[in-house]
Design a protein. Structure first.
Length: 214
């Protein structure tokens, strides 16, 4: 990626629409799955870079990223909670959801936090949290906190590095995301092994997942 040419092309847009680009870039990443094409972290890093040059305000960049992230996360969360959960109740996967729900909720807070640092995981984790009826208070806390840490971290990285380092950072975001995704997959495997040792309880396969106390 030739960052100098990229900065030349998008520079005018960031000078005028920088905060909106960051907000909608992070929002669409989770709700429309555009993160597969242009991860929200790219917008945050570039906005941080432009804030170093005085074109944007770093605190406003961070706030835009934070608001966009939690907005997209919560849209996906409620789609999972209201939409996908109803479909799963009528499917053969309902019994598995009932069996694993409590264990996923027990460890899900750290899962939500770490998932912010993998663009791949951010595409599915909010929806999954909604499907298993993750308690609202815990969801809002962990998602808001994780989005804040993520927004501040990458906003600062973009602010502190130059154009040459920006190219390396943009290329490195994919590697970082894959590392965190690997950690999440290892966590899921270990959880699956632990759950496989549990004796499944018999019950009505068409029963609705029992929402935990909010």
């Amino acid at each position: 990626m030739d960052v100098s040419k990229l900065l030349e092309i998008v520079g005018g847009y960031f000078n005028t629409w920088g905060y909106l680009l960051v907000f909608f870039g992070t929002l669409f990443e989770n709700t429309l799955y555009l993160g597969l094409l242009a991860p929200g972290v790219v917008f945050v890093l570039m906005a941080g870079f432009y804030s170093h040059n005085g074109a944007l305000s770093l605190p406003l960049v961070m706030m835009s990223a934070w608001l966009g992230t939690i907005s997209g996360d919560n849209i996906s969360f409620w789609i999972g909670r209201v939409g996908w959960s109803r479909l799963i109740r009528r499917s053969r996967f309902n019994q598995q959801v009932l069996l694993y729900q409590d264990k996923l909720i027990e460890k899900g807070g750290r899962f939500v936090l770490v998932a912010h640092f993998s663009s791949y995981a951010r595409l599915v984790i909010p929806t999954l949290a909604g499907i298993i009826h993750f308690p609202l208070k815990q969801w809002f806390f962990w998602d808001t906190f994780g989005a804040l840490v993520w927004s501040i971290s990458y906003g600062l990285i973009g602010y502190l590095i130059g154009s040459e380092s920006l190219e390396k950072a943009l290329g490195g975001t994919n590697t970082i995301g894959l590392i965190f995704l690997g950690l999440i997959i290892l966590w899921i495997i270990s959880l699956g092994i632990e759950l496989s040792r549990m004796k499944p309880e018999t019950g009505d396969e068409n029963a609705s997942p029992d929402p935990p106390p909010e």
